[in-house]
Ligand binder design. Sequence first.
Ligand code: DX5
Ligand code: ZN
Length: 211
Amino acid sequence: MKKVLISPSILTLDFSNIQTQCAKLQRDGADWIHLDVMDGIFVPNSTFDWQLVSQVKQAVTIPLDVHLMVVDPINVVDNYAKAGADIITFHMEAAKDVVATIKAIKKSSCKVGISIKPATPVAEIEPYLPLVDMVLVMSVEPGFGGQKFMPSAVERIAQIRALNPDILIQVDGGINTQTAPLVKKAGANVLVAGSAIVNTDNWEKAISNLR
Ligand code: DX5
Ligand code: ZN
């Protein structure tokens, strides 16, 4: 496996043309595609559902990394798994029963990610680390692309890395060529980036610069 994986967020792309653009992201070196699902309840914005995931699945062969920002994620796990998700990440703050949600994702044959918002103490996910494949550390308040990186994420990543040397640590929000080196040094190995890739006119260069 490459040392650091890049998972471009499609949040600000034109959804009417999503298959062509995701195929281009794959050609330009993306390791995964990051799909931000928002329900307008857990976060003050709503985006798309599993139907878009299923469209993207038809356009690429790289893993689909689905970031569920929805309340009661357990209720939709099967829809996203059937649509072609490879990794399903949910917010522990949004789940009534965290262990049951992890089990439901495993049962669907997807890899499991668990995410925490910037204000949630790292200690709260510690008990779940042995049960999941990936932890997603949010470095902005979830809801919108293009926000400023919160430096507190660096220490949070380092704390999780100290607890587990092997787990995938993904970081999401405000990742660019300035912030990527800081999070990598702290132990992150999957970088989500939206604006730092899709708002440039050379996606291939933007992806390789982040890596
Ligand atoms: C925010 C989303 C992010 C966002 C990242 O809630 O989870 O994936 O699209 O966008 P940038 O890289 O522009 O901060
Ligand atoms: Zn995301």
